[in-house]
Ligand binder design. Structure first.
Ligand SMILES: Nc1nc2c(c(=O)[nH]1)N[C@H]1C(S)=C(S)[C@@H](COP(=O)(O)OP(=O)(O)OC[C@H]3O[C@@H](n4cnc5c(N)ncnc54)[C@H](O)[C@@H]3O)O[C@H]1N2
Ligand code: MOO
Length: 403
Protein backbone atom coordinates (compact mmCIF):
# COMPACT_ATOMS: atom_id res chain seq x y z
CA UNK A 1 0.00 0.00 0.00
CA UNK A 2 1.36 3.42 -0.95
CA UNK A 3 0.61 6.69 0.93
CA UNK A 4 -2.21 8.91 -0.38
CA UNK A 5 0.14 11.82 -1.15
CA UNK A 6 2.37 9.56 -3.29
CA UNK A 7 -0.68 8.27 -5.16
CA UNK A 8 -1.84 11.84 -5.81
CA UNK A 9 1.62 12.82 -7.09
CA UNK A 10 1.87 9.80 -9.40
CA UNK A 11 -1.63 10.41 -10.76
CA UNK A 12 -1.04 14.12 -11.38
CA UNK A 13 2.25 13.34 -13.16
CA UNK A 14 0.34 11.27 -15.73
CA UNK A 15 -1.67 14.26 -17.02
CA UNK A 16 -0.88 17.32 -19.14
CA UNK A 17 -2.87 20.51 -19.76
CA UNK A 18 -5.45 19.91 -22.49
CA UNK A 19 -5.45 21.97 -25.70
CA UNK A 20 -7.32 25.27 -25.79
CA UNK A 21 -10.50 25.99 -27.74
CA UNK A 22 -12.46 29.17 -28.35
CA UNK A 23 -16.02 29.43 -26.98
CA UNK A 24 -18.69 32.12 -26.99
CA UNK A 25 -19.20 33.75 -23.62
CA UNK A 26 -22.66 32.19 -23.36
CA UNK A 27 -20.95 28.78 -23.29
CA UNK A 28 -18.17 29.75 -20.90
CA UNK A 29 -19.82 29.08 -17.52
CA UNK A 30 -17.64 26.61 -15.59
CA UNK A 31 -14.92 26.59 -18.27
CA UNK A 32 -11.27 27.20 -17.36
CA UNK A 33 -9.36 29.99 -19.08
CA UNK A 34 -6.37 28.87 -21.13
CA UNK A 35 -4.82 32.36 -21.13
CA UNK A 36 -4.85 35.65 -19.29
CA UNK A 37 -7.76 37.87 -20.32
CA UNK A 38 -7.52 41.65 -20.57
CA UNK A 39 -10.35 44.17 -20.77
CA UNK A 40 -11.07 45.49 -24.28
CA UNK A 41 -12.76 48.62 -22.92
CA UNK A 42 -12.55 50.67 -19.74
CA UNK A 43 -15.49 50.67 -17.39
CA UNK A 44 -16.96 53.15 -17.25
CA UNK A 45 -15.59 54.17 -20.65
CA UNK A 46 -15.87 57.86 -19.63
CA UNK A 47 -16.79 59.68 -16.41
CA UNK A 48 -20.51 59.23 -15.73
CA UNK A 49 -23.06 60.34 -13.18
CA UNK A 50 -24.04 57.79 -10.51
CA UNK A 51 -27.32 59.63 -9.79
CA UNK A 52 -30.18 61.51 -11.41
CA UNK A 53 -29.64 65.25 -10.86
CA UNK A 54 -27.64 68.20 -12.15
CA UNK A 55 -24.03 68.39 -13.35
CA UNK A 56 -22.41 71.53 -11.95
CA UNK A 57 -19.12 73.23 -11.19
CA UNK A 58 -18.71 72.58 -7.44
CA UNK A 59 -17.27 76.09 -6.97
CA UNK A 60 -20.63 77.53 -8.10
CA UNK A 61 -22.52 75.55 -5.45
CA UNK A 62 -20.28 76.16 -2.42
CA UNK A 63 -22.95 78.24 -0.67
CA UNK A 64 -26.63 77.45 -1.04
CA UNK A 65 -29.31 78.07 -2.01
CA UNK A 66 -28.05 79.09 -5.43
CA UNK A 67 -29.80 79.36 -8.80
CA UNK A 68 -28.02 78.12 -11.98
CA UNK A 69 -28.97 78.36 -15.64
CA UNK A 70 -29.92 75.02 -17.27
CA UNK A 71 -28.04 74.73 -20.56
CA UNK A 72 -28.74 71.16 -21.67
CA UNK A 73 -29.34 67.46 -20.87
CA UNK A 74 -27.02 64.44 -20.58
CA UNK A 75 -29.04 61.20 -20.45
CA UNK A 76 -27.40 57.73 -20.43
CA UNK A 77 -26.42 57.08 -24.02
CA UNK A 78 -26.63 60.80 -24.83
CA UNK A 79 -24.04 63.53 -24.55
CA UNK A 80 -24.06 67.25 -23.82
CA UNK A 81 -21.83 68.72 -26.53
CA UNK A 82 -21.05 72.03 -24.87
CA UNK A 83 -19.08 73.00 -21.82
CA UNK A 84 -20.59 73.87 -18.45
CA UNK A 85 -19.55 77.45 -17.75
CA UNK A 86 -19.76 79.56 -14.59
CA UNK A 87 -23.34 79.82 -13.31
CA UNK A 88 -24.51 76.94 -15.53
CA UNK A 89 -25.86 73.41 -14.92
CA UNK A 90 -26.77 70.42 -17.12
CA UNK A 91 -29.65 68.07 -16.35
CA UNK A 92 -27.99 64.63 -16.01
CA UNK A 93 -29.36 61.12 -15.53
CA UNK A 94 -27.78 58.03 -13.96
CA UNK A 95 -25.16 56.70 -16.40
CA UNK A 96 -25.10 59.96 -18.36
CA UNK A 97 -21.63 61.17 -19.46
CA UNK A 98 -20.27 64.00 -17.32
CA UNK A 99 -20.19 67.15 -19.47
CA UNK A 100 -16.94 69.03 -19.85
CA UNK A 101 -16.46 71.72 -17.22
CA UNK A 102 -18.67 70.02 -14.61
CA UNK A 103 -16.99 68.36 -11.62
CA UNK A 104 -19.91 67.45 -9.34
CA UNK A 105 -23.49 66.19 -9.35
CA UNK A 106 -26.25 67.58 -7.15
CA UNK A 107 -29.01 64.98 -6.80
CA UNK A 108 -32.46 66.05 -7.87
CA UNK A 109 -33.84 65.65 -4.32
CA UNK A 110 -31.72 68.74 -3.50
CA UNK A 111 -32.90 70.77 -6.48
CA UNK A 112 -36.01 72.68 -7.59
CA UNK A 113 -36.30 73.13 -11.31
CA UNK A 114 -38.07 76.20 -12.66
CA UNK A 115 -38.19 76.36 -16.47
CA UNK A 116 -34.64 76.83 -17.74
CA UNK A 117 -33.11 77.40 -14.34
CA UNK A 118 -32.61 75.25 -11.27
CA UNK A 119 -32.30 76.17 -7.59
CA UNK A 120 -29.87 73.96 -5.67
CA UNK A 121 -30.32 73.58 -1.94
CA UNK A 122 -27.32 71.41 -0.97
CA UNK A 123 -23.65 72.36 -1.40
CA UNK A 124 -21.64 70.38 -3.99
CA UNK A 125 -18.20 68.84 -3.47
CA UNK A 126 -15.85 68.08 -6.39
CA UNK A 127 -16.19 64.46 -7.53
CA UNK A 128 -19.46 63.83 -5.66
CA UNK A 129 -21.70 61.19 -7.38
CA UNK A 130 -19.25 60.88 -10.29
CA UNK A 131 -17.85 57.53 -11.45
CA UNK A 132 -14.48 58.38 -13.00
CA UNK A 133 -13.42 56.77 -16.28
CA UNK A 134 -11.88 53.30 -15.70
CA UNK A 135 -12.94 53.26 -12.03
CA UNK A 136 -14.06 49.62 -12.33
CA UNK A 137 -11.42 48.35 -14.79
CA UNK A 138 -9.20 49.78 -17.49
CA UNK A 139 -8.80 48.79 -21.15
CA UNK A 140 -5.71 46.63 -21.74
CA UNK A 141 -5.36 45.61 -18.07
CA UNK A 142 -5.79 41.95 -16.97
CA UNK A 143 -9.16 40.99 -15.51
CA UNK A 144 -8.65 37.19 -15.27
CA UNK A 145 -5.62 34.98 -14.82
CA UNK A 146 -5.09 31.84 -16.91
CA UNK A 147 -6.59 28.92 -14.99
CA UNK A 148 -9.65 30.85 -13.74
CA UNK A 149 -12.85 28.79 -13.72
CA UNK A 150 -15.56 31.08 -15.05
CA UNK A 151 -18.36 31.77 -12.56
CA UNK A 152 -21.61 33.60 -13.19
CA UNK A 153 -19.94 36.78 -11.86
CA UNK A 154 -16.98 36.29 -14.17
CA UNK A 155 -19.28 35.96 -17.20
CA UNK A 156 -20.76 39.35 -16.27
CA UNK A 157 -17.31 40.90 -15.95
CA UNK A 158 -16.06 39.42 -19.26
CA UNK A 159 -19.17 40.70 -21.01
CA UNK A 160 -18.71 44.18 -19.52
CA UNK A 161 -15.08 44.10 -20.63
CA UNK A 162 -16.30 43.54 -24.21
CA UNK A 163 -14.95 39.96 -24.44
CA UNK A 164 -17.68 37.97 -26.22
CA UNK A 165 -15.42 34.93 -26.73
CA UNK A 166 -12.75 33.28 -24.60
CA UNK A 167 -9.98 30.72 -25.00
CA UNK A 168 -10.65 27.87 -22.60
CA UNK A 169 -9.25 24.39 -22.00
CA UNK A 170 -11.08 21.59 -23.74
CA UNK A 171 -13.30 19.77 -21.25
CA UNK A 172 -11.68 16.58 -19.91
CA UNK A 173 -13.48 13.55 -21.43
CA UNK A 174 -13.89 10.84 -18.85
CA UNK A 175 -15.06 7.34 -19.73
CA UNK A 176 -16.81 5.55 -16.86
CA UNK A 177 -17.23 1.78 -16.75
CA UNK A 178 -19.16 0.12 -13.91
CA UNK A 179 -18.55 -3.58 -13.35
CA UNK A 180 -20.41 -6.27 -11.47
CA UNK A 181 -22.82 -9.16 -12.23
CA UNK A 182 -25.11 -7.96 -9.43
CA UNK A 183 -25.68 -4.49 -10.89
CA UNK A 184 -28.63 -3.15 -12.82
CA UNK A 185 -29.33 0.38 -14.02
CA UNK A 186 -31.36 2.57 -11.66
CA UNK A 187 -35.04 2.01 -12.46
CA UNK A 188 -34.56 -1.50 -13.88
CA UNK A 189 -36.20 -4.48 -12.13
CA UNK A 190 -33.77 -6.03 -9.64
CA UNK A 191 -32.88 -9.73 -9.57
CA UNK A 192 -33.02 -11.68 -6.28
CA UNK A 193 -29.39 -10.76 -5.47
CA UNK A 194 -29.43 -7.55 -7.45
CA UNK A 195 -27.97 -4.19 -6.45
CA UNK A 196 -28.79 -0.86 -8.05
CA UNK A 197 -25.67 0.37 -9.86
CA UNK A 198 -25.48 3.95 -8.65
CA UNK A 199 -21.80 4.65 -9.35
CA UNK A 200 -22.14 5.33 -13.08
CA UNK A 201 -24.60 8.15 -12.55
CA UNK A 202 -22.86 9.51 -9.44
CA UNK A 203 -19.46 9.58 -11.18
CA UNK A 204 -20.96 11.15 -14.31
CA UNK A 205 -22.43 13.88 -12.11
CA UNK A 206 -19.06 14.31 -10.40
CA UNK A 207 -17.26 14.65 -13.72
CA UNK A 208 -19.83 17.16 -14.92
CA UNK A 209 -19.61 19.15 -11.69
CA UNK A 210 -15.83 19.32 -12.16
CA UNK A 211 -16.30 20.72 -15.67
CA UNK A 212 -15.66 17.47 -17.57
CA UNK A 213 -17.60 15.50 -20.16
CA UNK A 214 -18.63 12.06 -18.86
CA UNK A 215 -18.98 9.14 -21.25
CA UNK A 216 -20.92 6.47 -19.34
CA UNK A 217 -19.94 3.13 -20.88
CA UNK A 218 -22.58 1.28 -18.85
CA UNK A 219 -22.25 -1.85 -16.73
CA UNK A 220 -19.94 -4.74 -17.64
CA UNK A 221 -20.57 -8.21 -16.30
CA UNK A 222 -17.76 -9.95 -14.41
CA UNK A 223 -16.41 -11.59 -17.56
CA UNK A 224 -13.06 -10.68 -19.10
CA UNK A 225 -14.44 -10.97 -22.65
CA UNK A 226 -17.33 -8.59 -21.93
CA UNK A 227 -15.05 -6.24 -20.00
CA UNK A 228 -12.52 -6.15 -22.83
CA UNK A 229 -15.23 -5.39 -25.37
CA UNK A 230 -16.74 -2.59 -23.32
CA UNK A 231 -13.33 -1.05 -22.61
CA UNK A 232 -13.11 -0.21 -26.30
CA UNK A 233 -15.51 2.65 -25.51
CA UNK A 234 -12.73 4.39 -23.59
CA UNK A 235 -10.62 4.98 -26.72
CA UNK A 236 -9.68 8.65 -26.98
CA UNK A 237 -10.80 9.50 -23.43
CA UNK A 238 -8.55 11.67 -21.28
CA UNK A 239 -9.23 9.37 -18.33
CA UNK A 240 -10.93 6.02 -17.81
CA UNK A 241 -12.65 5.39 -14.50
CA UNK A 242 -13.73 1.88 -13.59
CA UNK A 243 -15.68 0.93 -10.50
CA UNK A 244 -15.91 -2.43 -8.80
CA UNK A 245 -13.85 -5.55 -9.23
CA UNK A 246 -10.85 -3.74 -7.78
CA UNK A 247 -10.21 -5.90 -4.75
CA UNK A 248 -9.08 -9.48 -4.28
CA UNK A 249 -12.36 -11.41 -4.82
CA UNK A 250 -12.85 -14.24 -7.34
CA UNK A 251 -14.79 -11.88 -9.62
CA UNK A 252 -12.34 -8.95 -9.37
CA UNK A 253 -11.19 -9.12 -12.98
CA UNK A 254 -10.72 -5.47 -13.87
CA UNK A 255 -6.99 -5.23 -13.32
CA UNK A 256 -6.04 -8.45 -15.09
CA UNK A 257 -8.34 -7.68 -18.03
CA UNK A 258 -6.86 -4.20 -18.40
CA UNK A 259 -3.33 -5.63 -18.22
CA UNK A 260 -4.20 -8.18 -20.87
CA UNK A 261 -5.31 -5.20 -23.00
CA UNK A 262 -1.85 -3.65 -22.53
CA UNK A 263 -2.37 -1.46 -19.46
CA UNK A 264 0.85 -0.61 -17.61
CA UNK A 265 0.12 -0.76 -13.90
CA UNK A 266 1.50 2.18 -11.91
CA UNK A 267 0.21 1.12 -8.49
CA UNK A 268 -2.48 -0.92 -6.77
CA UNK A 269 -3.62 -0.28 -3.19
CA UNK A 270 -3.35 2.90 -1.20
CA UNK A 271 -3.02 3.16 2.58
CA UNK A 272 -6.37 4.84 2.98
CA UNK A 273 -9.94 4.23 4.10
CA UNK A 274 -12.15 4.24 2.14
CA UNK A 275 -10.36 3.38 -1.09
CA UNK A 276 -7.73 0.76 -0.25
CA UNK A 277 -8.03 -1.20 -3.53
CA UNK A 278 -7.61 1.82 -5.84
CA UNK A 279 -5.54 1.03 -8.91
CA UNK A 280 -3.83 3.34 -11.38
CA UNK A 281 -2.27 2.61 -14.75
CA UNK A 282 -1.94 3.68 -18.35
CA UNK A 283 -3.81 2.05 -21.24
CA UNK A 284 -2.30 3.43 -24.45
CA UNK A 285 -2.62 7.19 -24.11
CA UNK A 286 -5.42 6.96 -21.52
CA UNK A 287 -4.70 6.99 -17.78
CA UNK A 288 -6.92 4.51 -15.93
CA UNK A 289 -8.11 4.92 -12.36
CA UNK A 290 -9.69 1.76 -10.97
CA UNK A 291 -12.06 2.76 -8.17
CA UNK A 292 -13.62 0.40 -5.64
CA UNK A 293 -17.25 -0.62 -6.13
CA UNK A 294 -18.37 0.69 -2.75
CA UNK A 295 -20.19 3.90 -3.67
CA UNK A 296 -18.71 6.05 -0.89
CA UNK A 297 -15.19 4.87 -1.76
CA UNK A 298 -15.79 5.67 -5.43
CA UNK A 299 -16.85 9.26 -4.72
CA UNK A 300 -14.35 10.03 -1.96
CA UNK A 301 -11.53 8.70 -4.17
CA UNK A 302 -12.81 10.80 -7.06
CA UNK A 303 -12.55 13.89 -4.90
CA UNK A 304 -9.02 12.96 -3.83
CA UNK A 305 -7.63 11.73 -7.17
CA UNK A 306 -9.85 12.78 -10.09
CA UNK A 307 -10.19 16.41 -9.01
CA UNK A 308 -6.41 17.01 -8.88
CA UNK A 309 -6.04 15.30 -12.28
CA UNK A 310 -8.64 17.74 -13.63
CA UNK A 311 -6.63 20.63 -12.21
CA UNK A 312 -3.57 19.49 -14.18
CA UNK A 313 -5.63 19.02 -17.38
CA UNK A 314 -7.03 22.53 -16.89
CA UNK A 315 -3.62 24.11 -16.36
CA UNK A 316 -4.29 24.86 -12.70
CA UNK A 317 -2.27 23.93 -9.62
CA UNK A 318 -3.81 20.90 -7.90
CA UNK A 319 -4.48 20.80 -4.16
CA UNK A 320 -5.17 23.48 -1.61
CA UNK A 321 -8.51 22.10 -0.46
CA UNK A 322 -7.39 21.06 3.01
CA UNK A 323 -8.21 23.36 5.93
CA UNK A 324 -8.48 22.88 9.68
CA UNK A 325 -11.44 22.49 12.03
CA UNK A 326 -12.10 21.88 15.71
CA UNK A 327 -12.96 18.25 16.36
CA UNK A 328 -16.54 17.96 17.70
CA UNK A 329 -16.17 14.54 19.36
CA UNK A 330 -13.48 12.12 20.57
CA UNK A 331 -11.84 9.75 18.07
CA UNK A 332 -10.02 6.44 18.59
CA UNK A 333 -6.39 5.95 17.55
CA UNK A 334 -6.00 5.21 13.83
CA UNK A 335 -4.34 2.21 12.16
CA UNK A 336 -1.92 2.30 9.21
CA UNK A 337 -4.48 3.60 6.66
CA UNK A 338 -5.18 7.33 6.27
CA UNK A 339 -8.82 7.71 7.22
CA UNK A 340 -11.29 10.07 5.58
CA UNK A 341 -14.19 10.34 8.02
CA UNK A 342 -17.48 11.68 6.72
CA UNK A 343 -18.43 14.62 8.96
CA UNK A 344 -20.96 17.37 9.50
CA UNK A 345 -19.30 20.77 9.50
CA UNK A 346 -20.67 23.71 11.46
CA UNK A 347 -19.54 26.85 13.28
CA UNK A 348 -19.07 27.42 17.00
CA UNK A 349 -20.14 30.60 18.85
CA UNK A 350 -16.95 32.35 17.66
CA UNK A 351 -17.57 31.36 14.07
CA UNK A 352 -14.79 28.73 13.99
CA UNK A 353 -15.25 25.61 11.84
CA UNK A 354 -16.23 22.51 13.88
CA UNK A 355 -16.25 18.96 12.46
CA UNK A 356 -18.56 16.28 13.85
CA UNK A 357 -17.62 12.86 12.41
CA UNK A 358 -20.76 10.82 11.65
CA UNK A 359 -21.59 7.77 13.73
CA UNK A 360 -21.27 5.30 10.83
CA UNK A 361 -18.37 5.25 8.40
CA UNK A 362 -19.20 2.18 6.29
CA UNK A 363 -18.09 2.82 2.70
CA UNK A 364 -21.36 1.35 1.39
CA UNK A 365 -23.55 3.91 3.20
CA UNK A 366 -24.61 6.60 0.75
CA UNK A 367 -27.17 8.23 3.06
CA UNK A 368 -24.41 9.17 5.53
CA UNK A 369 -22.28 10.54 2.72
CA UNK A 370 -25.21 12.66 1.55
CA UNK A 371 -25.59 14.10 5.07
CA UNK A 372 -21.90 14.96 5.34
CA UNK A 373 -20.44 18.36 4.51
CA UNK A 374 -16.86 17.18 4.36
CA UNK A 375 -14.15 14.77 5.48
CA UNK A 376 -11.97 14.72 8.60
CA UNK A 377 -8.49 13.45 7.69
CA UNK A 378 -6.87 11.05 10.16
CA UNK A 379 -3.24 10.38 9.20
CA UNK A 380 -1.87 6.84 9.51
CA UNK A 381 -1.23 5.89 13.15
CA UNK A 382 -2.81 9.12 14.46
CA UNK A 383 -3.16 8.78 18.25
CA UNK A 384 -6.60 9.00 19.90
CA UNK A 385 -7.95 12.54 19.61
CA UNK A 386 -10.15 14.51 22.02
CA UNK A 387 -13.01 16.84 21.13
CA UNK A 388 -11.54 20.37 20.85
CA UNK A 389 -8.34 19.31 19.07
CA UNK A 390 -7.55 20.80 15.67
CA UNK A 391 -7.82 18.37 12.75
CA UNK A 392 -7.36 18.68 8.98
CA UNK A 393 -10.60 18.64 6.95
CA UNK A 394 -11.72 18.83 3.34
CA UNK A 395 -14.98 20.66 2.77
CA UNK A 396 -17.20 19.27 0.03
CA UNK A 397 -17.48 21.86 -2.74
CA UNK A 398 -20.79 23.72 -2.65
CA UNK A 399 -20.30 25.96 -5.67
CA UNK A 400 -22.44 24.06 -8.17
CA UNK A 401 -24.39 27.18 -9.01
CA UNK A 402 -21.18 28.88 -9.97
CA UNK A 403 -21.52 32.13 -8.00
N1 LIG B 1 -10.72 -10.12 1.54
C1 LIG B 1 -10.83 -8.82 1.25
N2 LIG B 1 -12.00 -8.34 0.89
C2 LIG B 1 -12.12 -7.03 0.61
C3 LIG B 1 -11.00 -6.21 0.68
C4 LIG B 1 -9.75 -6.76 1.03
O1 LIG B 1 -8.74 -6.06 1.10
N3 LIG B 1 -9.71 -8.09 1.30
N4 LIG B 1 -11.17 -4.88 0.44
C5 LIG B 1 -12.47 -4.35 0.76
C6 LIG B 1 -12.56 -2.99 0.38
S1 LIG B 1 -11.71 -1.88 1.33
C7 LIG B 1 -13.35 -2.54 -0.62
S2 LIG B 1 -13.45 -0.87 -0.93
C8 LIG B 1 -14.12 -3.46 -1.43
C9 LIG B 1 -13.98 -3.04 -2.90
O2 LIG B 1 -14.13 -4.07 -3.69
P1 LIG B 1 -14.32 -4.01 -5.24
O3 LIG B 1 -13.80 -2.80 -5.84
O4 LIG B 1 -13.81 -5.28 -5.76
O5 LIG B 1 -15.87 -3.84 -5.38
P2 LIG B 1 -16.99 -4.92 -5.57
O6 LIG B 1 -16.67 -6.11 -4.79
O7 LIG B 1 -17.22 -5.04 -7.00
O8 LIG B 1 -18.15 -4.12 -4.90
C10 LIG B 1 -18.13 -3.70 -3.55
C11 LIG B 1 -19.56 -3.32 -3.16
O9 LIG B 1 -19.99 -2.22 -3.92
C12 LIG B 1 -21.18 -2.52 -4.67
N5 LIG B 1 -21.07 -1.90 -5.99
C13 LIG B 1 -20.21 -2.25 -6.95
N6 LIG B 1 -20.39 -1.49 -8.04
C14 LIG B 1 -21.39 -0.66 -7.75
C15 LIG B 1 -22.04 0.35 -8.48
N7 LIG B 1 -21.69 0.64 -9.73
N8 LIG B 1 -23.04 1.03 -7.86
C16 LIG B 1 -23.39 0.74 -6.61
N9 LIG B 1 -22.80 -0.21 -5.87
C17 LIG B 1 -21.82 -0.91 -6.43
C18 LIG B 1 -21.16 -4.01 -4.77
O10 LIG B 1 -22.43 -4.52 -5.00
C19 LIG B 1 -20.57 -4.41 -3.44
O11 LIG B 1 -21.57 -4.39 -2.46
O12 LIG B 1 -13.72 -4.77 -1.24
C20 LIG B 1 -13.60 -5.15 0.12
N10 LIG B 1 -13.34 -6.54 0.22
O1 MOO C 1 -11.25 0.93 1.47
MO1 MOO C 1 -12.84 0.26 1.17
O2 MOO C 1 -12.94 1.55 0.07
O3 MOO C 1 -13.05 0.58 2.89
O4 MOO C 1 -14.56 0.36 1.43
Amino acid sequence: MIPVEQAQKQICAAFRPLPAEQVGLAEALGRVLAEEVTARVSHPPFAVSAMDGYAVRAADVATVPVRLKLVGTAPAGGHYEGRVGPGEAVRILTGGPLPEGADSIVIQENARRDGDSVELTAAAEPGRHIRPQGQDFEAGKPIFRAGTRMTVRDIGLAAAANRPWLKVRRRPRVAILSTGDELSMPGEPLGPAGIVGSNGLALSAFVRACGGEPVDLGIARDDSGVLAEMLAGAAGADLLLTTGGASVGDHDLVQETLQAQGMKLAFWKIAMRPGKPVMFGQLGSTPVLGLPGNPVSALVCSLLFVKPAFAVMEGRAPGGETETAILGSDLKANDQRQDYLRARLGRDAEGKLVAHPLARQDSAMMAFLAQADGLVIRPPHAPAAKAGEIVPVIRFPSDLLGI
